[in-house]
Design a protein around this ligand. Structure first.
Ligand code: ADP
Ligand code: ZN
Ligand code: ZN
Length: 734
């Protein structure tokens, strides 16, 4: 007899709470995991709908006590059906259990405390507002100016946008209230549409939105490849407007870091109360409530990072994935799904149009656009007045040969001085992931390592040494733990170091720094962005965070320090990442009327990623990179599955992984199996990490390898005492 585990309530916190039912013989061929079924439930045997999450031959209670399924339902149009189907697809394609996938896709029912809904409303004439705005701007009351400036364009703004996104304190709002410029009121319950002031689209934008709008009602995927500042967002807005006219809904995915108040207000102005925003700090209850509102039709546009993709809209018409190349679209938890690929899947299930937008498309999407699988739309010019910046590559080896030992090349130093004199803004981008320098011994060369992880500790300004994997922290030792030498010191040029150098070399400059340290506080990121936007500093120094999709009108010079640093990360995507970062960084210069300049300092001036980025030449970069991927059979030319095992006993872990690999090889011999071998981060949190790489041109072959391994683990025949995870086409190196 076959038995099915059925869940009745998919939004219950405990999805493991399943009930076993017998599968009558005549239904055997129709039951699959994820299928909706009707079952008799409770004392009265009332018919209820549930979903099959597991199948087995083993009864959990006395077989005569197990009731049979009434019937297998046709997959209906109900949104729950399609979300369960999507969860099943994710489990198959990315690994993990159906439970993991359901928890990702379906928000858990949870209570949410009632929040009063307030809004700030302009209560003065336009002329009066403008006068107050100009005065606030003149006196550098930037929070006031920000709020008044927005109120001039949008007469009401939700209070939480004002406080959280615009960083206006209650005192600021109150003082404007006392001045009679605004009132704070109960948010009106009646539905309100934004008044969305219209921008005249240019020819390319018009053509792009025309093609997208024509496709609405069917499933098609577009790649909107538009250079930085070309006005992609305007194209999205136009398409969403049409979607709403058709009585359908839209989802816009954007990286969380780009969800600034400028972005929020842009959508809010167009779509008013029909738009909602999701972010990672929402509580379970808030997320559940937002989903319910979407399902009931109270909102029609959802904007947010990865998880916004699972908004249960009943008639989804459009999914936009902005900055589609961003690594943050790949989940780091199980299932390790890619939100871009999952968006395309959801779009095909819902007959919705999918638009992937980027100035530096991923290799995957660009390839699909080349092959015709996606339709390519291009915006080749900057919208408005701005032109593309001029880029110059500086060979740092020559600087060194000419006795310049500074981190600033001569040309960059001159240009910084000139910008400071002209009161224009500068961004200095340190192309380096993460943190301040590690500490090592000048006598023996040993770095000071974390005792629990296979990484070196990094020094912090407070004098401590810390591990960024496990949080281990010690005071900076006075002597080397390996040889006792007193000559130990901090190396590597982190952003802190650059900041010190800038302060020394350009003492007249006001400097802001943005990195993992300065943005740790809640909203630290936006505070720094706002301060720089308000011209409270001349120079913004930062890591990758400063290049991601933010407009600064006043920046006319971007300096890239150590452009090749990201090339040294030894995984197959490092050239792609380098190209994207440099091209995006260059795009930050000269967004307003004044033309911009970019100085790219590098030790590898001839590298194609750097050359192509300086020319903003995506096709050129793609051609070179695609040839390399093809040669090595790396994605997108082939597919790769990483099996990551971790465990306290390295020998045991190795043996268990070998068992898995051997078994899979016997059954499914086509793919190339590499390993098991030590992960590049060999140990984290006292657990050893080993990996098997499996490569095949065919993704479905890799799925069967994963399924086979999952079976073996479930049956207790391999992987004992270890944790095994799967990652398809990984974004980074293990
Ligand atoms: P992207 O998303 O491609 O980087 P945005 O949509 O943010 O570009 O547009 C960049 C800037 O150009 C914004 O300030 C926007 O208001 C402006 N802009 C966009 N389209 C037009 C247009 N057709 N005419 C004038 N300005 C425009
Ligand atoms: Zn030493
Ligand atoms: Zn550690």
């Amino acid at each position: 007899m076959l038995y099915a585990d059925v869940i009745i309530d998919i939004s219950a916190a405990e999805l493991d709470r399943t009930f076993q039912y017998a599968v009558p013989e005549q239904m055997r061929t129709r039951v699959t995991i994820g299928a909706p079924v009707e079952i008799p439930f409770g004392k009265g045997n009332l018919a209820r709908k549930g979903y099959i999450v597991g199948l087995s031959e083993i009864p959990q209670i006395a077989p005569d006590k197990i009731k049979p399924i009434n019937g297998v339902c046709e997959r209906g149009l109900a949104i729950e059906d399609s979300m369960v189907e999507l969860a099943y697809w994710m489990k198959e394609n990315y690994g993990g259990t159906l439970n993991d996938a359901l928890h990702t896709v379906i928000p858990v029912k949870a209570a949410v405390e009632k929040k009063e809904k307030r809004e700030v409303a302009a209560s003065a004439e336009a002329g009066e507002l403008r006068k107050a705005y100009e005065e606030a701007a003149r006196k550098h009351f930037s929070a006031k100016a920000r709020l008044l400036g927005q109120l001039m364009e949008q007469p009401t703004i939700p209070y939480e946008v004002v406080s959280q996104k615009m960083h206006c304190t209650a005192a600021t709002v109150r003082s404007l209230e006392h001045a009679g410029l605004l009132t704070i009121q109960e948010r009106s319950r009646e539905f309100r549409m934004g008044d969305g002031h219209r921008m005249q689209l240019n020819a390319e934008q018009t053509e792009a939105s025309r093609q997208i709008i024509e496709a609405l009602g069917t499933h098609e995927t577009f790649l909107l490849f538009g250079i930085t500042g070309s006005g992609k967002t305007e194209v999205y807005l136009r398409a969403i407007e049409k979607v709403l006219e058709r009585g359908e809904q839209a989802i816009v995915l954007i990286p969380e870091i780009a969800l600034t108040y400028q972005t929020v207000m842009r959508f809010y102005r167009c779509f008013g109360d029909r738009v909602a925003f999701m972010h990672s700090r929402l509580s379970k209850g808030e997320r559940y409530q937002i989903s319910r509102r979407a399902q009931k039709g109270e909102i029609s546009v959802m904007i947010g990072p990865r998880s916004a993709l699972f908004t249960p809209f009943p008639k989804l018409g459009l999914i936009v994935v902005d900055e589609e190349h961003e690594n943050s679209y790949k989940s780091e938890g199980v299932p390790r799904y890619h939100a871009r690929e999952t968006a395309v899947k959801r779009g095909s299930m819902a007959q919705a149009v999918v638009v992937l937008g980027s100035a530096t498309p991923s290799m995957e999407s660009y390839e699909r656009a080349q092959s015709g699988e996606y339709r390519l739309l291009q915006l080749t010019e900057r919208a408005g007045a701005a032109g593309l910046p001029r880029a110059e590559i500086v060979d740092m080896r020559k600087e060194f040969a000419n006795r310049n030992r500074s981190v600033f090349s001569r040309v960059l130093r001159e240009k910084i001085e000139q910008r400071l004199a002209d009161k224009e803004q500068i961004m200095l981008f340190l192309n380096r992931r993460g943190y301040a320098g590690f500490v090592s011994c000048r006598s023996c060369g040993e770095a000071i390592m974390c005792p629990h992880c296979d990484v070196s500790l990094t020094s912090h300004k407070d004098g401590s040494l810390q591990c960024h994997y496990c949080g281990y922290r010690i005071a900076m030792p006075k002597t080397c733990p390996s040889c006792g030498s007193p000559y130990i010191g901090s190396f590597g040029t982190g952003t802190q170091r650059i900041e010190e150098l800038v302060e020394k070399e350009f003492p007249q400059a006001k400097v802001l720094r943005m990195d993992a340290d300065t943005t740790r506080a809640r909203d630290g990121y936006e505070k720094i962005l706002n301060a720089f936007n308000d011209k409270k500093a001349d120079i913004l120094i930062g890591t990758q965070m400063i290049v991601k999709g933010h407009d600064f009108g006043g920046v006319t010079l971007v300096g890239v320090l150590a452009a090749d640093m990201s090339l040294l990360e030894s995984d197959y995507r490092s050239a792609e990442r380098t190209f994207q970062l440099l091209a995006q960084a260059a795009g930050r210069a000269g967004r307003a009327e004044k033309p911009g300049e970019v100085i790219i300092q590098t030790y590898q001036p001839e590298h194609y990623a750097i050359q192509a980025a300086a020319r903003q030449d995506m096709p050129g970069f793609f051609a070179e990179e695609a040839a390399f991927r093809k040669l090595m059979k790396y994605p997108p030319a082939g597919n790769m599955l990483v099996v990551l095992g971790s465990g306290a006993d390295e020998m045991l872990l190795d043996a268990e992984l070998k068992k898995l690999a051997e078994d899979a090889k016997q059954l499914i011999p086509e793919p190339v199996y590499l390993g098991p071998s030590a992960a590049s981060l060999r140990k984290a949190n006292d657990l050893y990490r080993r990996v098997i790489y499996v490569k095949s041109p065919d993704y479905t072959v890799l799925i069967s390898v994963k399924n086979r391994m999952e079976q073996k683990i479930l049956a207790g025949e391999a992987g004992k005492g270890c944790r095994i995870q799967f990652d398809f086409n990984p974004m980074n190196f293990y």
